[in-house]
Design a protein around this ligand. Sequence first.
Ligand SMILES: Cc1cc2nc3c(=O)[nH]c(=O)nc-3n(C[C@H](O)[C@H](O)[C@H](O)COP(=O)(O)OP(=O)(O)OC[C@H]3O[C@@H](n4cnc5c(N)ncnc54)[C@H](O)[C@@H]3O)c2cc1C
Length: 218
Amino acid sequence: MKVELIAYTPEPDITAAAAAKLTHSKSDASELLKEDREKMKKLLRIVIKMGHTSVVEHAYFTFAISGVSRALTHQLVRHRIASYSQQSQRYVEQEMEYVTPPSILKNEKIKKKYDEMMKKIWGLYNEMKKDAPIEDARYILPNATTSKIIVSMNARSLLNFFELRCCLHAQWEIRKLAWRMLHLVKKVAPTIFEDAGPPCRTRGYCPMNKKDCIWYPK
Ligand SMILES: Cc1cc2nc3c(=O)[nH]c(=O)nc-3n(C[C@H](O)[C@H](O)[C@H](O)COP(=O)(O)OP(=O)(O)OC[C@H]3O[C@@H](n4cnc5c(N)ncnc54)[C@H](O)[C@@H]3O)c2cc1C
């Protein structure tokens, strides 16, 4: 899995803080943007804690993601408050590249069968490609097929994404992606994402009441 933060709103914390401050100020945004950075961040923390998270919608983040399975991207695109561009299986011939889940990796016998099946599938894909368009040949490809996708989300949507997908209850691959994305945005917007993550960390309780979870709040 490769995850890169390829673009983002300049000074995301300050942009969101200026948006918050503007609502209660006579000053123009350009003047507010010159104010003391630490004071701005302090205000932003308060506003986020109050639940007025619409101000963080002004901060946008774009990620380039590759080497992930179609099983993952299918879950990712369910997050509707986002923009996506995904490599097309209609137009791009698919090489034999697939994700192997850790549970299969550690089981030698199953892993062997898994790899053999992938070879068979791609054998048929390559055979079908000769007589049918690749948009039809792709019907044989598995969920494990790797994909490339660019996703842009605003910070509010990302906070929701991290709550749902950093959780130990989320599927392992998208959880891994969510944590990687969270580490990247924390570097450039530490105030917005200060308390981001699964609800057991952000809210101190588990909405699903999963008492058997190792992260269940004590
Ligand atoms: C652990 C886990 C298991 C899951 N299992 C399944 C499953 O078995 N089957 C399945 O189909 N999905 C499943 N999902 C997907 C899940 O139901 C959501 O579709 C997905 O997580 C996107 O979340 P979202 O709607 O909050 O995000 P977004 O689509 O980004 O929406 C963000 C927020 O905007 C608001 N919003 C967006 N669209 C609307 C709308 N039309 N009307 C009103 N408010 C809206 C909501 O407040 C929403 O929370 C699962 C998700 C998780 C995390």
